[in-house]
Design a protein around this ligand. Structure first.
Ligand SMILES: Cc1cc(C(=O)N2CCN(C)CC2)sc1-c1cc(O)c2nc[nH]c(=O)c2c1
Ligand SMILES: [Mg+2]
Length: 214
């Protein structure tokens, strides 16, 4: 038995970060991942790019696919405008349980809804369940095989509108070739690649920003 890596990450947050201070929660997780144990958070370098896109969009409605421990959830939620709301989908209940506590430690629980389950199961029900008309911003960070089917599902469910901004993590490492080909070739998207590095490493990775044109 013993603790899991997400549980050890949560303990590092509770020991090092100040309750209600989202910057200190982000710093505590980055410290843990750099000096204790690598973990698959978007990280500080790609996180800075995520911050700039979220700030530019200033979304009232945001969707995150893949919560993990809530690191990017906190990065996004801390930048939402008044009235803004973030729904984050997580398949793994153990990850979701840790994420809820990390988000609460950052004092952002009122702007975030952590939803447990498979993205493909939940996306068709987001409108009726959460009263969402469409999303202003979507962060894809769950599983490389699901990026493409899930944005097609979002399109089909009418959850994207002209100007919706999609930002995808790990398009180089682990890599999402089918997703990249689709958003870069489709007339319905305007895409741009932000080169960076895999979190806490020197390996190449990056974020793909795609604006839905309708
Ligand atoms: C699990 C994993 C291992 C990686 C790697 O190349 N490694 C070599 C270098 N060492 C240090 C770490 C391990 S990259 C990666 C990863 C990274 C993300 O940001 C992810 N985001 C969402 N969903 C994922 O499944 C996801 C996986
Ligand atoms: Mg990732």
């Amino acid at each position: 038995t013993g603790t899991t890596r997400p549980q050890r990450l949560l303990r590092a947050v509770q020991e090092r970060a100040t309750r209600g201070d989202s910057e200190s929660v982000i710093a505590a997780i980055d410290h843990f991942c750099r000096h204790q144990e690598w973990a698959m958070n978007v990280g500080d370098e790609k996180g800075f790019i995520l911050d700039s896109v979220v700030s530019e969009v200033s979304p009232q409605t945001a969707l995150e696919l893949g919560t993990y421990c809530g690191y990017s959830t906190v990065r996004i939620a801390r930048l939402l405008p008044p009235g803004g709301h973030l729904i984050t989908l997580e398949f793994n209940p153990n990850y979701a349980a840790v994420a809820r506590q990390v988000i609460a430690w950052a004092g952002l629980e009122d702007m975030v809804q952590v939803v447990e389950g498979a993205s493909g199961d939940w996306i068709p029900h987001l409108r009726e369940h959460f009263g969402i008309e469409s999303f202003d911003f979507v962060f894809l960070d769950h599983w490389k095989e699901l990026y493409l089917p899930d944005i097609k599902l979002l399109e089909e469910c009418g959850l994207l509108r002209k100007g919706t901004v999609l930002l995808a993590d790990n398009v180089v490492c682990p890599g999402t070739p089918d997703y990249l080909e689709y958003v870069r070739k489709s007339q319905s998207y305007e895409s741009h690649y932000f080169g960076s590095h895999l979190e806490y490493t020197r390996a190449e990775d990056g974020l793909e920003k795609s604006v839905y044109l309708g």
